[in-house]
Design a protein around this ligand. Structure first.
Ligand code: PBG
Length: 322
């Protein structure tokens, strides 16, 4: 027999053959684009560590949403930066809070763009933690009621999906109960089920002005070396009623995405977080790597690992290329 019999290069020779045998494809409808909302009008305040990303007043966010819709982006996820922060995170569940107003405005202007809301307190507390501080600790059970109230206020405003990102135990169940009790049985919960205490959130904390004033989030977010624990977190959230789950960050946790895909049947989202975006953009700005190639390669890797939905800051740019 002539050598070699198998020539894998045959299927790589032309773009038409590569296209035929391509195993994974990106589609903009699977992207969720994060937006940071601030009070005021006509405001567009660039976030220095995230080139191309800004804090936006609601009128400007509506324009972004219209563009996202035109580009076929699946949806947006909203983060709010309130004018006043306090110990009780009152801005988080205020029916007239920044996110609640944002949801109403966006749903009015672009009704069929999916609007997801991040349910957490860290942007709203004066201390920057995701929950209520009792003594020197974030008190789990005291926080659940806040989260449930915030989720209901988002659903009331018209949010299509609520996404709790606080990592308190039992919050998915508490939110499900509260939504069901107020007539929002049809509102899905997309839980940040496996959310790690990550250094990659650095730029987000500038964007959301949510750096903890003391301590860190390691008492509630997951320890990066743990994989089995992520499976347990996901299982608990699904048992409590999560409809979709999120693994976060994405690129350093592709093994977690793949393991979750193998084991669970719910749709899996991955969040390519601020630091992952900033790292790529910093190298792009230095001329060290090609933006389009690396952006697409990073997104396809996340999808190949098993995430069907990708929350990411490249969403509009990537949609333009697709
Ligand atoms: C809120 C929240 C964070 C992110 C999403 N929701 C920050 C954090 O936990 O510190 C990070 C997103 C990003 O880095 O892009 N708890």
């Amino acid at each position: 027999m002539p050598f070699p019999i198998h020539r894998p290069r045959r299927l790589r020779r032309t773009e038409s053959i590569r296209n035929l045998v391509r195993e994974t494809r990106l589609h903009p409808s699977n992207f969720i684009y994060p937006l940071f909302l601030v009070a005021g009008e006509g405001k567009n305040k660039p976030i220095s560590s995230m080139p191309g990303v800004s804090q936006l007043s609601i009128d400007q966010a509506v324009l972004e949403c219209e563009e996202a819709k035109r580009l076929g982006v699946g949806g947006v996820i909203l983060f709010g930066i309130p004018e006043h922060k306090d110990e009780l995170a009152s801005g988080a569940y205020d029916p007239h809070g920044i996110v609640q107003q944002g949801v109403r405005a966006i749903k009015r202007a672009v009704p069929d763009l999916l609007v997801v809301t991040d349910v957490c307190n860290c942007e709203y507390t004066s201390h920057g933690h995701c929950g209520m501080i009792v003594g020197n600790e974030v008190d789990n059970d005291a926080t659940l009621d806040w989260l449930a109230k915030a989720a209901v206020s988002h659903a009331e405003a018209g949010a299509d999906i609520v996404a709790p990102s606080d990592m308190m135990d039992g919050r998915v169940g508490a939110i499900r109960d509260a939504l069901d009790a107020t007539g929002y049985q049809q509102t899905p919960i997309m839980s940040y089920a496996a959310k790690y205490a990550s250094g990659f959130y650095g730029p987000f904390r500038e964007a959301a002005e949510s750096t903890p004033q003391f301590g860190d989030r390691r008492g509630y977010q997951m320890d990066p070396p743990n994989a089995r624990e992520a499976m347990r977190e996901i299982e608990l959230d699904i048992d409590e009623g999560a409809d979709l789950i999120i693994v976060k960050p994405a690129m350093a946790y592709l093994d977690i995405i793949a393991a979750a895909r193998d084991r669970f049947e719910v749709p899996i989202a991955a969040y390519q977080v601020s630091g992952e975006f900033s790292m790529i953009m910093a190298a792009v700005q230095n001329g060290w790597i090609d933006k389009d190639r690396v952006m697409m390669e990073s997104l396809i890797a996340i999808k190949r690992a098993g995430a069907s939905i990708i929350i990411n800051y490249f969403a509009k740019d990537a949609a333009r290329l697709l």
